[in-house]
Design a protein around this ligand. Structure first.
Ligand SMILES: Nc1ncnc2c1ncn2[C@@H]1O[C@H](COP(=O)(O)OP(=O)(O)OP(=O)(O)O)[C@@H](O)[C@H]1O
Ligand SMILES: [Mg+2]
Length: 403
């Protein structure tokens, strides 16, 4: 791909001279436009989107420095080279402040321009590298997804497990499920795996954890999901401390694209910390009775009081069926947030749990499987930034004194 250059200079002779030198000094260079003043330079640049603009310092209308500054704000990928008659330190400093990539002095030295274009072409090439493009696409950032609820038994673990398997179809070995229910975690049972080690055993070393060490605590499932469990016997809910969680999650985010955390159904400082760390919080409720709905609403409001951004909290309605006592519309009216998924009731989930095979592995084409696919699709498109959590304010009572 040729490097596309635009030249902006008021004097026609100088402009032609600039064009000739730039076009002839570098084989891979194409001059795509010639502008006579700052306005023209702005317009043509935004229209033609060249890689580099060589703009004179004394452009009429909008000066070279102003043009550079504005282009830097409007099209920061376009690299501006200021062309001056006199390269004083003040001018160079002003050019750098305006966002210029370089300052060159008339008459141009072909060898200097050749090297400069080489350097700028290298920068343009790096910007198109897959690594940079990946960073430009927020949907590809690693995501921490917490699954929680106001009540026990609403289907959190079932959703965490089946969602993980569905996501792992696209990203095998890039999805981890972390069972942080230190008392009655069921993730290992639902996958029928017997973990060799638990996070509770790792706790004394969790602050020094790295990618190598964590491998020993991961159970690899045939679905491509990696499993980590906090404990296989009941332990206090705060057995794994907030500091340990921070180092654990930061390592997991470096290894996995999706880290799904199954949390206990209660507002507990450790869970709240995980929720504040998460990009997406899946708050699971069912439509069985009014207490689940009202408790879910209390939980949702409490998260807001704990400075957990409401935009990242998504309601999942589980076990939806024709015989539900509460209607979806009633729930929607209670919350000012999105109902991200309606997950159908499926009697086969109980035997799937007993067999230790997530339902989406044996019947991905069922209504349940399709609801998981929609949920996975919605999640891959969501990106919520971690909010800054102000501490020690009137709100956030539950988190106070825990950090
Ligand atoms: N959509 C569904 N249709 C039918 N049964 C379901 C559905 N979702 C979950 N279940 C069943 O509900 C029971 C509880 O599910 P699960 O263990 O996932 O709940 P939980 O919220 O994780 O519970 P806990 O609070 O104890 O962790 C399980 O037997 C599961 O098979
Ligand atoms: Mg559970």
């Amino acid at each position: 791909m040729p490097i596309r250059v635009l030249v902006a200079e008021k004097d026609s002779k100088k402009r032609e001279n600039l064009r000739e030198i730039i076009a002839s000094c570098h084989a891979g260079c194409e001059v795509v436009g010639l502008a006579r003043d700052g306005h023209e330079a702005m317009q043509m640049t935004l229209q033609l989107l060249p890689d580099i603009v060589f703009g004179a310092y004394d452009l009429p209308g909008i000066s070279g420095l102003q043009t550079c500054e504005m282009l830097n704000a409007l099209a920061p990928d376009i690299m501006f080279v200021l062309v001056v008659d006199n390269k004083s330190p003040e001018r160079v400093e002003a050019a750098m402040r305006a966002g210029a990539r370089a300052v060159v002095c008339m008459p141009l030295q072909p060898r200097e321009i050749e090297y400069l274009i080489d350097d700028l072409a290298e920068i343009a090439k790096r910007r198109c590298s897959s690594e940079v493009l990946e960073w430009k696409d927020p949907s590809r950032f690693p995501k921490v997804i917490s699954v929680t609820a106001a009540k026990g038994g609403v289907g959190k673990t079932t959703i965490a497990v089946n969602l993980a398997v569905t996501l792992a179809r696209q990203h095998p070995k890039k999805v981890a499920v972390v069972d942080l229910y230190t008392q009655f975690g069921d993730v290992a049972t639902m996958f029928n795996v017997r973990p060799n080690h638990t996070l509770a055993e790792l706790a004394p070393q969790l602050s020094e954890i790295d990618q190598e060490l964590i491998k020993n605590y991961v159970s690899e499932h045939s679905s491509g999901v990696h499993i980590l469990v906090a404990s296989t016997e009941p332990l206090p809910l705060d057995f794994i401390t907030v500091e340990h969680l921070d180092s654990l999650l930061s390592v997991l985010k470096r290894i996995y694209r999706y880290v799904i955390i199954d949390l206990p159904p209660m507002l507990h400082p450790t869970s709240l910390h995980v929720l504040s760390y998460s990009n997406i919080v899946l708050l699971v409720a069912n439509l069985f009775d009014l207490t689940t709905a009202t408790d879910t609403k209390k939980y949702y409001d409490a998260l807001g009081n704990e400075h957990i951004a409401k935009e990242k909290v998504k309601i999942i309605l589980n076990r939806v069926s024709k015989v539900n006592r509460i209607q979806t519309a009633d729930i929607e009216a209670m919350f000012d947030c999105e109902i991200l998924a309606h997950v159908p009731n499926d009697g086969r989930l109980v035997s799937a749990v007993n067999q230790g095979i997530p339902l989406v592995m044996t019947d991905g084409d069922s209504a349940y499987g399709r609801s998981m696919e929609r949920l996975a699709g919605a999640i891959s498109g969501i990106f919520v930034q971690r909010p800054v959590t102000p501490e020690k304010t009137e709100k956030g009572k539950l988190l106070k004194g825990r950090r």
